[in-house]
Design a protein around this ligand. Structure first.
Ligand SMILES: Cc1cc2nc3c(=O)[nH]c(=O)nc-3n(C[C@H](O)[C@H](O)[C@H](O)COP(=O)(O)OP(=O)(O)OC[C@H]3O[C@@H](n4cnc5c(N)ncnc54)[C@H](O)[C@@H]3O)c2cc1C
Length: 408
C-alpha cells in the first residue's frame, strides 16, 4: 500500500476530469486521487447526446468514459457533489452541504454550460437545452412525442439535433440569424453545403433572422422571429453556444480568468500545482501563439491526459491542434485547426457531391482544414495546418496531387 500522502483533487467528473485521473495514475501518481462531479453516475462523453443516444440508438452506458470498475481498480475516489469553493491559499476545496478536501494538486475540469436564451418565454415548459445525459433522455422523449420541433441556433449542436430530430420523424424548423448554418466556423460557401443538406432532408430553414420571443401559456406553442413570422412548435431546442464554468476560479485567489481559466502550455494556471483542462481552459497554444479555449471532445480528452501527467511530475507541453468531428445524416466530417474570421477558403473536391476537403488560409498559411465524406486524411490535414512553410494552394486543391505532398 502506498504511503504517499499527497492528494490530487479534480473538479468536474466528465471527459477531461476522468482522463486526468486516469493519466495521473498511469504516470505513477501514488497519492489520493479524488474526482468530484455534480452529475450522478460515472463520467460519460457528450457527443452521442445529440446523435445516437438522442435518437434512441444507444444507451447511456455506451457513452461511459471508462468501463465499470475502472475507478475502484485504480483507487480513484469518485465523489458526487458540487464544489462551492476553491481555496488556493489553504489549498482545499469546499463542498456544498459541508466538508473540505485538502489538496496538493488540483485540476479544474468544470467544462461549460449552455447559454440561456434571453427572450420572453424562454422558461416555458417544452423549451430544452442539451448538455447532460438527463437533458438528452428528456429531449429524446419530447421529440418522439412532438408535432413540430424548433431548433434555435444552427451551430454544431443545433445542426446535429435538427438532423437527429428529422431522422426520428419529427417536423423540424431550424432558426439562426446567420445566412447559412455553421456560419461562424465555416463561412458562406461551406455553410451553404449544410443549408442544402438540411433542406434536402426536409428541415425548414429560417435563416437571417433572430428570435424575439417564445409564445405559450404554460407550454411553448410558437417561436416569434425577428422578421415577425410565427413558427408553431411544441418542442423548442436552444443551441446558442456555451459559456465556460469559471465561477470557482473567479472567486479563487490568484487565478487568471479571461474567457476561461487561463493556463500556460503545460496547462498550469497562475497558481502553481493548479491545472485546468477541457472546455473551461484557455490554454496557451505554441502553434497559434495565443490562448485558445476549445470546446471539442478531443481537446477535453487530450488536455485531461496532459494535466494528469503533469500533476504526476511530467512537464508535457500541450501543442495538439484542435480537432473536431460531426455527423449529420450520412455526412461525416473532421475539422482540424482554428480558422479565423476573414480567412479565405479553398476547396479540393466536389462541394455539390459533398465529398471534399476545405482549407481556410491567409497569406499561404492554412489555419484550418475540414474533410467532408473523405476519410483517412486527418494526419495529412494536421501536417498541413501544423506546417510552417507556406503551402502552394494550387497543388493543395489539385486532386491529382496527394495530400501528403502539397508543399513540394
Ligand atoms: C450534445 C453535445 C454534442 C457534442 N458533440 C461533439 C462532437 O460531435 N464532437 C466534438 O468534438 N465535441 C462535441 N461536443 C463537445 C464535447 O462534448 C465537450 O467539448 C466536452 O464534453 C468537454 O469536456 P469537459 O470535461 O471539459 O467538460 P464538461 O463535459 O462540460 O464536464 C464538466 C463537468 O464538470 C461538472 N462541474 C462543473 N462545475 C462543477 C462544480 N463546481 N462541482 C462539481 N462538478 C462540477 C459538470 O457538471 C460536468 O459534469 C458535444 C457536446 C455536447 C453537449
Amino acid at each position: 500500500m502506498s504511503t504517499d500522502t499527497h492528494t490530487l483533487v479534480i473538479i468536474g467528473a466528465s471527459l477531461a476530469g476522468a482522463k486526468a485521473a486516469e493519466a495521473a495514475r498511469e504516470a505513477g501518481y501514488e497519492g489520493r486521487v479524488v474526482l468530484i462531479g455534480d452529475e450522478a453516475g460515472a463520467p460519460y462523453e457528450r457527443p452521442p447526446l445529440s446523435k445516437a443516444l438522442l435518437r434512441g440508438e444507444a444507451v447511456p452506458d455506451d457513452a461511459r468514459v471508462h468501463p465499470e470498475g475502472f475507478y475502484a481498480d485504480h483507487a480513484i475516489e469518485r465523489v458526487t457533489g458540487t464544489v462551492s469553493e476553491l481555496d488556493t491559499v489553504t489549498r482545499r476545496v469546499g463542498l456544498v452541504g459541508g466538508g473540505w478536501i485538502d489538496f496538493d494538486a488540483a485540476v479544474l475540469a468544470t467544462g461549460a454550460r449552455p447559454r440561456h436564451l434571453s427572450v420572453p418565454g424562454a422558461d416555458l415548459a417544452g423549451v430544452h437545452s442539451l448538455r447532460t445525459l438527463d437533458d438528452a433522455l428528456l429531449l429524446g422523449e419530447a421529440i418522439r412525442a412532438a408535432g413540430r420541433v424548433a431548433v434555435i441556433g444552427a451551430g454544431w449542436i443545433g445542426s446535429e439535433v435538427a438532423a437527429s430530430a428529422r431522422q426520428m420523424g419529427a417536423d423540424v424548423v431550424l432558426i439562426d440569424p446567420a445566412p447559412v448554418p455553421l456560419h461562424r466556423v465555416l463561412g458562406d460557401e461551406i455553410g451553404e453545403v449544410f443549408r442544402a443538406l438540411h433542406a434536402e432532408h426536409g428541415v425548414e430553414l429560417r435563416l437571417g433572422t433572430g428570435v424575439e420571443a417564445l409564445q405559450g401559456t404554460t407550454r411553448v406553442e410558437a417561436v416569434v422571429l425577428g422578421d415577425g413570422r410565427v413558427e408553431p412548435a411544441d418542442v423548442v431546442v436552444v443551441g446558442v453556444g456555451v459559456t465556460p464554468r469559471t465561477e470557482l476560479a473567479e472567486a479563487a485567489a490568484g487565478l487568471r480568468v479571461d474567457n476561461g481559466v487561463v493556463v500556460d502550455q503545460y496547462l498550469e494556471t497562475s497558481v502553481s500545482g493548479v491545472y485546468a483542462a477541457g472546455d473551461v481552459a484557455a490554454a496557451w497554444h505554441p502553434h497559434y501563439r495565443r490562448h485558445l479555449r476549445v470546446e471539442h471532445w478531443a481537446n477535453a480528452l487530450n488536455q485531461g491526459q496532459t494535466a494528469g501527467r503533469n500533476v504526476a511530475g511530467h512537464r508535457e507541453v500541450y501543442d495538439r491542434l484542435p480537432y473536431f468531428y460531426s455527423d449529420q445524416y450520412d455526412l461525416g466530417l473532421e475539422y482540424v485547426g482554428h480558422g479565423q474570421p476573414g480567412d479565405e477558403v479553398a476547396v479540393r473536391g466536389d462541394l455539390e457531391a459533398r465529398k471534399f476537403v476545405a482549407f481556410w488560409h491567409r497569406a499561404g498559411a492554412v489555419s484550418a482544414a475540414m474533410s467532408v465524406n473523405v476519410w483517412d486524411v486527418v494526419d495529412d490535414l494536421k501536417a498541413i495546418v501544423g506546417g510552417t512553410v507556406p503551402v502552394d494552394l494550387a497543388r493543395l486543391t489539385d486532386e491529382s496531387v496527394p495530400l501528403s505532398e502539397p508543399a513540394d
